[in-house]
Design a protein around this ligand. Sequence first.
Ligand SMILES: Cc1cc2nc3c(=O)[nH]c(=O)nc-3n(C[C@H](O)[C@H](O)[C@H](O)COP(=O)(O)OP(=O)(O)OC[C@H]3O[C@@H](n4cnc5c(N)ncnc54)[C@H](O)[C@@H]3O)c2cc1C
Length: 451
Amino acid sequence: MKEPARILVVGGGYVGMYTALRLQRKLKRELRHGEAQVIVVDPEPYMTYQPFLPEAAAGSISPRHVVVPLRRVLPDCTVVIGEATAIHHGKRTATVRTLATEEEGTGTVDIHYDELVLAPGSVSRALPVPGLAEFGIGFKTVEEAIGLRNHVLEQLDIASSTRDPDVRDAALTFVFVGGGYAGVEALGELEDMARYAVRYYHNIAPEDLKWILVEATDRILPEVGEEMGKYAVRELRGRNIDVRLETRLDSCVDRIAALSDGSRFPTRTLVWTAGVKPHPILAATDLPLNERGRLKCTAALQVDGAEHAWSAGDAASVPDLTADRPGTECAPNAQHAVRQAKVLAENVAAALAGQPLTDYEHKYAGSVASLGLHRGVAHVYGRKLKGYPAWFMHRVYHLSRVPTFNRKARVLAEWILSGLFKREIVSLGSLENPRAEFKLAADTGRHPGAS
Ligand SMILES: Cc1cc2nc3c(=O)[nH]c(=O)nc-3n(C[C@H](O)[C@H](O)[C@H](O)COP(=O)(O)OP(=O)(O)OC[C@H]3O[C@@H](n4cnc5c(N)ncnc54)[C@H](O)[C@@H]3O)c2cc1C
C-alpha cells in the first residue's frame, strides 16, 4: 500500500490552525482513506485568539474562551502536544520534544514528513535593557494576560494594606513599554478595570494610580493611521495616563523604571510589548532566512528555494504584492495570517494534486483597537471611527473573527452577562501556585514543634 502523504504543521496558532482546518476540509477523502495525514505540533493544546487577550486581562472574557481547543476543531488531524526543537528539511525531519519524551527520558522524537508548514509565529523582542529580564512581563499568551490581571489586582491589595509610602507608590505605578496593539489595548483595558476596582478600596482613589505608556517613536497604534493614533494619545491622556512619546526605557534595575527623558519611576509592574521578532526555532532549521530572521517566502507561500516547505504569518517574510514600493513585506498581523493560511492550505493541496499554485495578495484593510470599555479607535477601508462606535466595531469585528460558533456564542454570552452585572475584580493569583496550601500543611506536619 502507498504511504500517506504526510503534512507536518509546526505551530497551531492563526496560521497553523487555519491551515490544518482547511486541509482537513480540502483533503477530507484522502484523510479518510489513509492517503494523507496532517500532523499539527504545538506546545499548547489550544490556539490563542490574541486580540482578545486584553479583554481577558480585564476580566470581560474568561481565559478559556479566548483559546480554541485544537483536538476539538481538528478531529481528522493528529495533534501532537510538543515543541519542535530543530528541523532538517534536507532529510524531511522535525525533531520534537513532547511531555511524553521528557517523562520517558528519551529527550526528543523525530517526525518525518513530505510537506512542511512552518508557522511558529513570533516571540517578544526583548532588548538588552538592564533589569528587564528580571522584572518585565510580556503580553502574548493567555498565561501572561491572566498573570498580569492577578498581579495588578494584587498591587491594589498591597497598596491598600502597606504603611510604607514608597511601597504604596511603587505598587500603584504601572509602566507599559510599546505603543502597538498589545501595549495600548492591554493598558487601556487594565487601567479601566483597576479604576473600577478601586471603588472597593476605602483608601485608594483613582487619582492615586499612575499609568505610564512609553513609546520610542512619535506615535502610537500605527495600524490605525496617524490621525486616529493622535486621537488615541489624547484619549489616554484625558484619562490621566502619562503617554511618553519618543522615549525609551533605559533600565529597570531594582524595580526602578529609568526612562531616556531622565525620569525614574519605582514600580512593581513593567509590561514589555515593544515589538516581536521571529521565533528562534527558525534559526534551528536549514531553511533560508532574511536579514531579520524571517523565513524567505514566495508570494505562493513556499519557502524560497526549498521545495515542499511552506510558511506564513509572523514567521514568514511574504512579499506584499499590493504595495507601491517593491520589496515590501506583509506586516506581522492576524489579518494577513488568517488570509495567508487559506491560500497556503489551497496551495499545499494543489501541489499534492500537481495543480498550479496561487499567489497571496491582500490589501491591508486597516484596523480597530479598543482603549478600554466603550472606548476605541478604528480606521477600516478608509473610514475613521472613534469612541463608542469604534469600540462597538472592535467587538463586532472580533466576534465575527474568533474561530468556531461555540467560541462566538460563549464570548457573546459573557459580554451580555458583564453588561448586566458588575465587573469581576477578584485576583486568583494563588492559582499560579496551587500546591502552596498543601505544602504548608505538609511542612507544618513535619515540623518537630508542630502539634
Ligand atoms: C495582545 C495581542 C493583540 C493582537 N491584536 C491584533 C489585532 O487586533 N489585529 C491583528 O491583525 N493582529 C493582532 N495581533 C497580532 C496577531 O495575533 C499575530 O500577528 C498572529 O497571531 C500571527 O499568527 P501566527 O500563526 O504567525 O502566530 P501565532 O498565532 O502566534 O501562532 C504560533 C503558534 O506556534 C506555536 N509554537 C511556537 N513555538 C513552537 C515550536 N517550537 N514548535 C511548535 N509550535 C510552536 C505557538 O504555541 C503558537 O500556537 C495581536 C497580538 C497580540 C500579542
